[in-house]
Design a protein. Structure first.
Length: 289
């Protein structure tokens, strides 16, 4: 008989490329992964992984088993989603993943309202710039700036987030556009559309610093470091800042809400989706276009 836990550990090794990487992803120790992998190979009486000094490589048969194991994983996750969908209404833990800028500057401050309306739902709100998998239950509901394309998901556009150029009211070069210095995103986000928009405006003018998150950009621009590109729902609500992009090209990100179709009618999931949609729709600078 094949133990699903053994298969799950094999999948982690195949996906991470090393036993140590699999151990970290599963939050277990290296010895447990090695033992589970050996148990699966013993049960099947085949070698699935070639253990190299610094990596683990699938054998030819291992690659075939990997594809079947992924199907097993999908079926197991589907069973879990069906079970979750059948639980008592408006009760349980719901995981919501959203971009950091929306978590920090919008959703988190409205959690008291959600708690008051749904006291029996534990909302796990994660600020994640990277894409999470709904099929693997890394989140129950997700908010994204790129239209999701997972085949088993249900997607809806709930808003549009325009950006603008902002500087502190006392910024030394406020009246001299040729002397503006720019606060841009870190190299990690070099391919981000907002980065291309901002660098296009900066042109040959200097970049004074690179920061990772919009919350850091806000602190820097308020300190008078330079000019920043901020979502308008942040910049327009800060009295220390002035918008200075009258001649700059416009830029905006669409806001998408996505849920796995197996969970879309679960009452607790619906409550979270309605919460996100309502909070976004209430913001003047996050309206649907």
């Amino acid at each position: 008989m094949i133990d699903w836990e053994d298969v799950r550990h094999f999948l982690a090794v195949a996906q991470n490329g090393t036993l140590s990487g699999a151990a970290r992803s599963l939050k277990v120790d290296h010895a447990t992964v090695s033992r589970r992998l050996a148990a699966l190979e013993t049960a099947l009486d085949v070698r699935l992984i070639d253990r190299l000094p610094r990596s683990s490589r699938l054998t030819t048969l291992g690659r075939q088993v990997f594809e079947r194991a992924r199907e097993m994983e999908g079926a197991a996750d589907g069973i879990a989603r069906l079970a979750k969908a059948s639980r008592a209404p408006l009760v349980g833990r719901i995981a919501l993943s959203a971009p950091p800028v929306l978590v920090t500057h919008l959703l988190a401050e409205h959690l008291p309202r959600f708690r008051a309306n749904y006291p029996d739902i534990r909302l796990s709100l994660s600020a994640q710039a990277e894409r999470v998998s709904l099929a693997r239950r890394e989140a129950d509901v997700a908010v994204r700036f790129v239209r999701p394309d997972e085949p088993d998901s249900v997607t809806r556009k709930i808003g549009t987030m325009p950006f603008g150029l902002y500087a502190h009211r006392s910024y030394a070069h406020l009246a001299s556009q040729e002397r503006w210095e720019f606060i841009v995103w870190a190299q990690t986000f070099a391919d981000m559309p907002a980065q291309s928009w901002l660098l296009g405006i900066a042109g040959d003018r200097p970049v004074v610093c690179e920061l990772t998150y919009s919350s850091e950009h806000l602190v820097a621009v308020k300190a008078g470091v330079g000019v920043a590109g901020l979502p308008c729902f942040i910049g327009e609500h800060d009295r220390d800042l002035v918008r200075i992009d009258d001649s700059a090209p416009s830029f905006a990100r669409d806001i998408w809400l996505v849920v796995h179709r197996d969970l879309r009618k679960t009452p607790a999931v619906r409550a979270v989706m309605d919460f996100v949609t309502t909070v976004v729709s209430e913001q003047q600078y996050l309206s649907v276009r």
